[in-house]
Design a protein around this ligand. Structure first.
Ligand SMILES: [Zn+2]
Length: 183
């Protein structure tokens, strides 16, 4: 399906200034959530779920390189993010961050069609599922910027915590020189 006229007009106006504004808006939205100390995206999802008071389950699934590589499912009971299991960890993290981006930005999208749902979740009644798909180009761009912001925060936190044990080890080494550990 083509891009709605209004979205197309908005996209045409998307320049560096708009992307910058979009990134700032995503940073603001993300500020409401804690970034886990270990920079783990699964833990981040758990923290978002706690903050929102809803369950968010991450479900790895062999989607066999079909499109999409990830789906956000919303039910009365909670949210599910299905992501491709047959791909690298960084790619999986990107897929999760992108779907989480849709969730955090409150995108609606269209419901995934029944046949696709049947394929993914043969045991679940499609009536209780709302699989978000077919977002507008503007929403896709927003989710992608949000994914980038999430991944950057997680990577930064991971870098910080990774250096900490090295610092501690260095202190231990220099302490060991001053106060040798008895054999
Ligand atoms: Zn998307």
């Amino acid at each position: 399906m083509g891009i709605p006229v209004l979205d197309w007009l908005r996209l045409r106006q998307t320049g560096p200034a708009t992307v910058k504004r979009l990134r700032r808006a995503c940073e603001d939205r993300l500020a409401a959530f804690d970034i886990p100390a270990d920079g783990d995206i699964h833990r981040f999802c758990a923290q978002v779920a706690t903050r929102l008071g809803r369950d968010i389950d991450l479900i790895p699934m062999a989607l066999r390189s079909t499109d999409p590589t990830g789906v956000w499912l919303s039910t009365r009971a909670g949210d599910y993010i299905v992501y491709e299991s047959q791909t690298s960890t960084p790619h999986q993290e990107h897929i999760i961050a992108h779907e989480l981006g849709h969730l955090l930005c409150g995108h609606i999208g269209d419901s995934l069609d029944g046949a696709a749902l049947d394929l993914l979740f043969p045991d679940i009644d499609p009536a209780v599922l709302l699989a978000r798909q077919n977002y507008s180009a503007v929403e896709e761009r927003e989710a992608e910027v949000m994914a980038g912001v999430i991944l950057a925060h997680l990577a930064r936190t991971r870098r910080t915590t990774r250096t900490a044990p090295e610092d501690i080890a260095r202190v231990h080494r220099s302490l060991g020189q001053v106060y040798p550990i008895p054999e």
